[in-house]
Design a protein around this ligand. Structure first.
Ligand SMILES: [Zn+2]
Ligand SMILES: [Zn+2]
Length: 362
């Protein structure tokens, strides 16, 4: 794997490319720099800033705003088929177009203005991967799990089952890589582990029935020596990925583990896990909408990305897995109610109601 380093805004931004034609997607590129505000503080600061950013003028960028022009005719046809939405209905239905590109945003970074992955391109690529035997999302713990992570197993399992409507199976843990380095982020000096050996091992142990093989760890990860950390990586061709939940939970930063902090951590963690699983199913970063498949450079942008798939990524997934989309929204609404995430519950409920109404129309 080669690292192409780019310097941007004082943040070292690194793009990784594989040596072969296979694409190694850096799923959640969360560059970290030592002088950054504490992520929880940063979140609060930037979240309020984001509230006003929609009206802010784009900053020095010709392609500052993604607009419906990014969508292709085949995209709109797929969206109409799977989500019953016309172009004119999309915003009213609760979906947002991709935001302006401003410094700090994923697509602002050099080389990050990724190409739009249209529905037809996606479908053509995925047809090469179809394998009827592969139906199960397999999760494999990486390293020893502490109690706080073991407690998340039921909710992670349930969410993935409802989100992708596929069985989820946990396999025996695999060991952490032998190599590591020392990192001082957060409240303690801790070890960080490289992602490549983890992904290589996941490829070797890929079960025959796995449609996605996800490594999940409580340890902090880095993709190469030039990176501060990474929260997740996935390989779009090989169906493997790894997610670290280390930095998403409050105790990493010395915060009290309150119910609110746990809910925030849960939202962040589920978002990374579904983002990586989307990559494992071949979906590229989304550049048309604000979407769970949107790229991000840090917790602030991650927090501003939604938990849901946009209409286009929903159409891709629905086509790929032959999903019952209305039922999926309904089940997710119930899941979020149980987790006391009322905004998410309401949003999914509204989608289910909208689809039910649309199905009554001729
Ligand atoms: Zn990604
Ligand atoms: Zn999307």
């Amino acid at each position: 794997m080669n690292a192409n380093q780019e310097q941007d805004l004082g943040i070292r931004v690194v793009g990784l490319t594989s040596g072969s034609a296979a694409i190694l997607a850096i799923s959640v590129l969360w560059a970290y720099w030592p002088t950054a505000p504490h992520p929880y503080e940063e979140t609060n600061r930037i979240t309020s800033h984001l509230g006003a950013s929609g009206a802010a003028a784009p900053i020095g960028d010709k392609e500052s705003k993604t607009d419906p022009g990014d969508l292709l005719v085949a995209d709109l046809e797929a969206i109409g088929k799977w989500t019953r939405l016309d172009l004119a209905d999309i915003e009213e239905a609760g979906f947002d177009w991709a935001d302006v590109i401003i410094p700090g945003r994923w697509r602002y970074g050099p080389g990050r203005n990724e190409r739009h992955q249209g529905f037809s391109t996606y479908a053509a690529a995925q047809k090469r991967h179809f394998d009827e035997k592969r139906k199960v999302i397999v999760i494999r713990p990486v390293g020893v799990w502490p109690a706080w992570l073991r407690q998340q197993v039921p909710v992670i399992t349930r969410y993935l089952m409802l989100y992708f409507r596929r069985p989820v199976r946990w396999e025996d843990a695999q060991d952490l890589p032998a190599t590591h380095r020392v990192n001082g982020d957060g409240t303690r000096i801790h070890l960080q582990y490289p992602t490549s050996p983890i992904l290589d091992r996941l490829v070797k142990t890929l079960p025959d029935d796995a449609i996605a093989h996800l490594g999940l760890t409580a340890e902090d990860l880095y993709p190469s020596k030039d990176w501060g950390f990474v929260f997740g990586m996935a390989d779009l061709d090989k169906g493997v990925g790894v997610v670290s939940l280390a930095r998403l939970f409050p105790h990493f930063w010395g915060f009290v583990n309150t119910p609110m902090a746990r809910r925030l951590a849960l939202v962040r963690g589920l978002k990374v896990i579904t983002h990586e699983t989307g990559h494992m199913l071949g979906i590229n970063h989304c550049r048309a909408f604000s979407c769970v498949m949107s790229g991000c450079t840090g917790l602030a942008e991650h927090d501003s990305n939604p938990m849901h798939l946009c209409p286009l990524c929903m159409a891709k997934l629905a086509w790929r897995l032959n999903l019952k989309v209305q039922r999926r929204y309904r089940d997710l609404a119930q899941f979020f109610m149980r987790q006391e995430l009322s905004d998410q519950a309401r949003w999914n409920h509204n989608q289910a109601v909208r689809l039910a109404d649309a199905s009554k129309r001729p």
